[in-house]
Design a protein around this ligand. Structure first.
Ligand code: NAD
Length: 275
C-alpha cells in the first residue's frame, strides 16, 4: 500500500492534498492575476474566469478605455480588479505593469500573457515590417512578460504563467496566409516548453493554451472574414469556439490542481488539428 516515492500510503496521498475537494483546489482565492489583451475577446473571458474563481485581476490592454470597461464589468460581479494600460511590445510598459500590480497588491501569482495580433498576407508579400510587428507583440512581448513576471514568481517560490499560443502553432489552417503569425505562435510554444522546464523546480509553472478559431473581433477583420465559411467545414465540432469554451482551461492552469503540469500546450480547437 506504500506509494512509489516514500513510506506514504495511497490513502495518505488523498488525505495529503489537504483533504481538499477537487473543486476547492481549482479556487484562486487570495491570488493576484493579470491578463494582457484583456480589453476584449479571449483575454476578457480569461479575466472574468480568473476573477470568478477568486483571484484579484489586473486588466491590461494597450487600449485603456477597453481595459476600464472590463474592470467595470468585474466590479459589478464583486471581483477586485484594476485597469492598466500597457503595450506589451515595450519593455518599459511591461515592467511598469508588474511594478503597479506589486505596489497595489503585493505580488503576482498568475500571469496570463494573452495579447496578440494577426496580419495576413501571402508569404511572398510579407513585409519585414509586418513580420517585426507580429513578432514584437506575439513572441518578444510574451517573452518580456514571462521574464518580468517570472522574476517576481521565482523570488516568491510560486507562480503560474499561462501564455496564449494558437492551433496555428501546430498546423497551418487552410487557406490562411499568416506566415508571421503561425511562426510567432510556434515560438510561444517553444518559449513555454523551455521556461516551463527551467523554472518548475523553483515553483513556477509555465503552460500555454492553443485555441482553434475563436469567435472574437480578431477573426472578423476584412482579410479573415471571407475565410469563415471554409473554416467551419474544417472543424469536426461543426462550429467556431466561443470564448467561454476556453475559460475552464485558464482556471485549471492557474490553480494548484495543475501543479504537476508544466511546459505544455493545451489545445482547444473542436478537433480541428486532428482532421
Ligand atoms: P482580439 O483582437 O479580439 O483582442 C486582443 C486584445 O489585445 C485587444 O483588446 C487589443 O487592444 C489588445 N492588444 C493588442 N496588441 C496589444 C499590445 N501590444 N499590448 C497590449 N494589448 C494589446 O484578439 P483575441 O481573438 O481575443 O485573441 C487573443 C489571443 O488569442 C491572441 O494572442 C491571439 O493570437 C490568440 N488566438 C486567437 C484566436 C482566434 O481565433 N480569435 C485563435 C487562436 C489564438
Amino acid at each position: 500500500q506504500n506509494n512509489a516515492q516514500s513510506s506514504v500510503t495511497y490513502d495518505d496521498v488523498f488525505r495529503g492534498v489537504q483533504g481538499k475537494s477537487i473543486l476547492s483546489r481549482l479556487r484562486l482565492d487570495g491570488k493576484v492575476a493579470y491578463v494582457t489583451g484583456a480589453g476584449q475577446g479571449i483575454g476578457r473571458a480569461f479575466a472574468h474566469a480568473l476573477g470568478e474563481a477568486g483571484a484579484k485581476v489586473a486588466i491590461v490592454d494597450i487600449d485603456k478605455t477597453k481595459a476600464e470597461r472590463v474592470t467595470h464589468e468585474l466590479t459589478l460581479k464583486g471581483i477586485c480588479s484594476m485597469a492598466l494600460a500597457a503595450d506589451i511590445s515595450r519593455a518599459e510598459d511591461v515592467q511598469q505593469m508588474i511594478d503597479s500590480i506589486i505596489s497595489k497588491w503585493g505580488g503576482v501569482h498568475i500571469a496570463c500573457n494573452n495579447a496578440g495580433i494577426n496580419m495576413n498576407s501571402a508569404s511572398e508579400d510579407t513585409a519585414l515590417d509586418e513580420w517585426d510587428q507580429t513578432f514584437n507583440v506575439n513572441l518578444r512581448g510574451t517573452f518580456m512578460c514571462c521574464q518580468a513576471a517570472g522574476r517576481v514568481m521565482l523570488k516568491q517560490g510560486y507562480g503560474k504563467i499561462i501564455n496564449t499560443a494558437s492551433m496555428a502553432s501546430l498546423i497551418v489552417p487552410h487557406p490562411q496566409k499568416q506566415l508571421a503569425y503561425n511562426t510567432s505562435k510556434a515560438g510561444v510554444v517553444k518559449l513555454t516548453q523551455t521556461l516551463g522546464t527551467e523554472w518548475i523546480d523553483r515553483g513556477v509553472r509555465v503552460n500555454c493554451i492553443s485555441p482553434g478559431i475563436v469567435d472574437t473581433p480578431l477573426i472578423h477583420s476584412e482579410s479573415l472574414e471571407p475565410l469563415l465559411q471554409r473554416w467551419l467545414s474544417d472543424i469536426p465540432a461543426g462550429r467556431l469556439a466561443q470564448v467561454t469554451d476556453l475559460q475552464a482551461a485558464v482556471v485549471y492552469l492557474a490553480s494548484e490542481a495543475s501543479d504537476y503540469m508544466t511546459g505544455h500546450n493545451l489545445v482547444i480547437e473542436g478537433g480541428q488539428s486532428l482532421w
